[in-house]
Design a protein around this ligand. Structure first.
Ligand SMILES: [Zn+2]
Length: 459
């Protein structure tokens, strides 16, 4: 998240603008610029969620497409929807073909009353047409149950799917038995799981920000980093802000009632649960969520072009903010975009080039650094973070901006980074290609139980 300020480039109405002046009355004066790296503006609060009713309707439409494909084949189904709906032929064709391709894999089509659980590689994709809030709640419940088996690494949702990255390959798991344990559950497991969500899972700090603003406890529109967001839970404990966050979380961000209904319907058979195993590639209906959330969807997309991937990687890396900490004077540079850095970034305060690159652990490292300066005792974890950060700073001092790029790539630690940087590639493309290879190598060979890393992972 970036706060609006004079000089910032952003995108509105499909073109980039520069903020020239922000008036005292709140009026923002802009002029058009050409900047491919301009940001799409964020806003406080959330995107309008896809509600349960709409997602169910999509499920019913999928059912309709599925049965028409079964009876009449692709051309006739396209023709039907082109007439039945206000869409053109291309639109109807794309929609119908997506489902036809899905059917070709042998996978059942997920509908309003059919959940498809797809097992692919180390992923479990639950195709569930229940909308954003219900999927987050149901997904969270399943995650809780998976976590009790120590099986889950990460999970994500969208209005139509829940995606889990497991610690084991699904080919080595009894997926049928697992799905029974996750979805065909008794009331005791259900209520116990929901209780755990309420007490341990809901990101209350996140909800607290908006409420604290309304209460006037913090300034409106403040940009809050992830670290500070977490501290809200402690800051506002035992206050009405905390209570209100719990109330709002249950009202707007979780739907326990619908999840109870769904579990009952699965038990009674009113909702069917089907398992599908995907071998080489995921189903077309699973691909959107994998592409969005998984670190290297390139691995699964056979048609992917390397050139295009490298281009996307460069754009993504150069427009994302990182934090820099000066190892000479301790000055902390918050949210600097790599694309805007000079070839050899310097500390704004002391001009040193000994800068380390930090992501979500930035504040922990900053605090550890200042503890060390004050000669206070450091925890093992803090000492490790500092050593690692110093290695990165050494690389930035020598190689400049390229070292910042390297250290922002997923799976590239200081050791790998120094090997790649030492090659002194002639072109940016060769350099990015080496980084990309390193990332792929990491993703495909790392042990599944690897700990999350305390460094920025932008790409
Ligand atoms: Zn400095």
């Amino acid at each position: 998240m970036i706060q609006a300020r004079e000089g910032l480039h952003f995108i509105v109405r499909g073109r980039p603008w520069k903020i020239e002046k922000i008036g005292k009355d709140g009026m923002v004066y802009v002029s058009p610029v050409s900047d491919p790296n301009a940001l799409i503006p964020g806003w406080d609060g959330e995107m309008m969620p896809v509600p349960f009713g709409l997602a169910q309707r999509v499920g019913r439409i999928r059912k309709d497409i599925d049965s028409r494909l079964e009876k009449y084949g692709v051309p006739k189904t396209v023709e039907h929807f082109e007439k039945a709906w206000p869409i053109n032929k291309t639109g109807a064709k794309r929609l119908v073909e997506e489902h036809a391709n899905h059917r070709k894999t042998g996978a059942p089509v997920p509908t309003d009353d059919r959940i498809v659980v797809e097992a692919f590689d180390r992923f479990l994709i639950v195709h569930a047409s229940f909308g954003e809030v219900v999927n987050v709640t149901l997904g969270d419940l399943i995650e809780e149950l998976l976590a009790r088996k120590h099986l889950v690494r990460f999970w994500w949702t969208d209005p139509y799917r829940i995606l889990y990255e497991l610690v084991a390959d699904t080919r080595e798991l009894d997926v049928e038995g697992l799905v029974d344990d996750l979805l065909r559950i008794d009331d005791e497991t259900l209520e116990g799981g929901l209780k755990a969500l309420l007490e341990n899972h809901l990101p209350l700090g996140y909800y607290m920000k908006g409420i604290a603003e309304r209460f006037g406890a913090i300034r409106r529109g403040l940009t809050v980093g992830e670290g500070d967001l977490r501290s809200f839970e402690i800051r506002f404990a035992n206050t009405p802000i905390y209570d209100e966050a719990v109330r709002e979380a249950l009202l707007l961000h979780a739907d326990f009632t619908r999840v109870r209904e769904i579990v009952q319907k699965i038990r009674s058979g009113a909702i069917e649960v089907v398992i599908h195993r995907s071998d080489e590639t995921p189903t077309p209906l699973a691909y959107p969520i994998l592409r969005r959330y998984v670190e290297a969807p390139e691995l699964f997309s056979p048609e992917a072009e390397r050139e295009e991937i490298l281009d996307r990687m460069r754009l993504h890396l150069s427009s994302e903010p990182v934090h820099l900490l000066c190892f000479e004077c301790g000055h902390f540079h918050e949210e600097v975009r790599i694309g805007e850095m000079p070839d050899h970034p310097e500390c704004a305060k002391c001009k040193s080039r000994l800068l380390t690159v930090l992501g979500w652990a930035a504040w922990t490292v900053r605090d550890a650094y200042s503890k060390r300066v004050r000669k206070l005792d450091l925890k093992d974890e803090e000492r490790k973070l500092l050593t690692r950060s110093k290695q990165v700073a050494d690389l930035v001092a020598v190689y400049g901006k390229r070292a910042v790029y390297a250290n922002s790539v997923y799976g590239v630690g200081p050791t790998t980074a120094s090997k790649i940087l030492a090659k002194m590639q002639d072109t940016e493309k060769e350099f990015l290609n080496d980084l990309f290879e390193a990332k792929l190598k990491y993703v495909t060979t790392r042990p599944y139980w690897n700990e999350p890393q305390a460094k920025p992972k932008l790409y």
